[in-house]
Design a protein around this ligand. Structure first.
Ligand code: BV8
Length: 230
C-alpha cells in the first residue's frame, strides 16, 4: 500500500509570493487586530469594515503569483502514488493556480461568497457588499466564504480521518498559533512521520519529529525532489 501523505500549509507558503502573513503584520490590519476583524461579531457590528478587509485582500490576488513552493506541491501531488491531501489555512488561490487539484481550504476562500439566506456558496471575484445579490436565491445577502475566529473550520471530519491514517504529515509555513490546525500534528497515528518546514520553529515545533528551517521556496522544492527520489 503506497504511503498516505497529508500536507498542511499556512500563510508562510504564500509570503514569498508577496501576500503578507498574519504574524509578520503583528496580526494587524489598519490598526485593527485580525482576530477582531475576522469574527462574526465584527461582521454584525461593522459589516462595511469586514467587507472592505476582504475586498482588499481579494483584489490583491491579481497582483501575486504562485511561487516555487506552491508549484513543487502540485508536482508532488501528480507524482504521489498513495493518498494525498493538501489542507491549507490560506484563503488565497495560489495552490490552485500552481496546479494543485483539490486543496482543502479549511478556513474558506477569498474567491467565494456564502449566502446568509440560502447558505449557497458561489464563486465571487468582485468586491462584495451588503447589496451584492446571491447568485443562487437572488434575494439573500452575501458574506465572505471565510471561517472567522469562533467558527468551525470546514471538513474537519475528513481532515481528522485522513490524519489518523497518514504515514507522513508535513506542516509548511504555519506558526502554530491558530487551532484546530495547530493541533493536527497531535492527531496523526502512531506510525506517522512528522516534519515541519518553516522560517523559524512554530509554536508547536516540539510536537514534530523533524524540522527544516528556511524559506519555503528553498525547502519545499528540495523536499519534494527528495520524496520523488525515494
Ligand atoms: C474554532 C480566515 C471552535 C480568516 C483564519 C475564543 C473564542 C473562540 C475560539 C477561540 C478563542 N480562543 C482561541 C480560540 C480558538 C481560535 C484560535 O486558535 N485563536 C488563536 C488566535 C488563539 N480558533 C478558532 O476560532 C477556530 N475555530 O476554534 O472553533 C468551535 C468549536 C465548536 C463549534 C464552533 C466553533 C477558527 C480559526 C480560523 C480563523 N480564520 N483565517 C482570514 O484569513 O481573514 S485563521 C488565520 O490565521 C489564517 O487562516 C491562519 O490559519 C492563521 C494564521 O496562521 P498561519 O497561517 O500560521 O500564519 P502566521 O502568519 O501565523 O504564520 C506564518 C508562518 O510562516 C510563521 O511561522 C512564519 O515563520 C512562517 N513563514 C513566514 N515566511 C515564510 C515562512 N515559512 C517559510 N517560508 C517563508 N518565506
Amino acid at each position: 500500500m503506497p504511503p498516505s501523505l497529508v500536507i498542511l500549509t499556512g500563510a508562510g507558503i504564500s509570503a514569498e509570493s508577496g501576500l503578507r502573513t498574519f504574524r509578520a503584520a503583528d496580526g494587524l490590519w489598519e490598526d485593527h487586530r485580525v482576530e477582531d476583524v475576522a469574527t462574526p461579531e465584527a461582521f454584525a457590528r461593522n459589516p462595511a469594515l469586514v467587507y472592505r478587509f476582504y475586498n482588499e485582500r481579494r483584489r490583491s490576488l491579481g497582483a501575486v503569483r504562485p511561487n516555487p513552493a506552491h508549484l513543487a506541491l502540485a508536482e508532488l501531488e501528480r507524482a504521489w502514488a498513495g493518498e494525498f491531501l493538501l489542507v491549507t489555512q490560506n484563503v488565497d488561490d495560489l495552490h490552485e493556480r500552481a496546479g494543485s487539484r483539490n486543496p482543502l481550504h479549511m478556513h474558506g476562500e477569498l474567491l467565494k461568497a456564502r449566502c446568509l439566506a440560502c447558505r449557497a456558496v458561489s464563486d465571487w471575484t468582485e468586491d462584495l457588499d451588503d447589496r451584492s445579490p446571491c447568485p443562487a436565491c437572488t434575494h439573500g445577502r452575501l458574506r465572505p466564504h471565510i471561517v472567522w475566529f469562533g467558527e468551525m473550520p470546514l471538513e474537519m471530519e475528513r481532515i481528522y480521518r485522513t490524519l489518523e491514517r497518514c504515514d507522513l504529515f508535513v506542516a509548511i509555513g504555519t506558526s502554530g498559533h491558530v487551532y484546530p490546525a495547530a493541533g493536527f500534528v497531535e492527531a496523526v497515528g502512531p506510525r506517522a512521520r512528522t516534519l515541519e518546514l518553516n522560517l523559524e520553529p512554530s509554536r508547536v515545533a516540539d510536537a514534530f519529529q523533524e524540522h527544516r528551517v528556511g524559506r519555503a521556496t528553498e525547502l519545499v522544492p528540495a523536499f519534494v525532489a527528495e520524496l520523488c527520489r525515494s
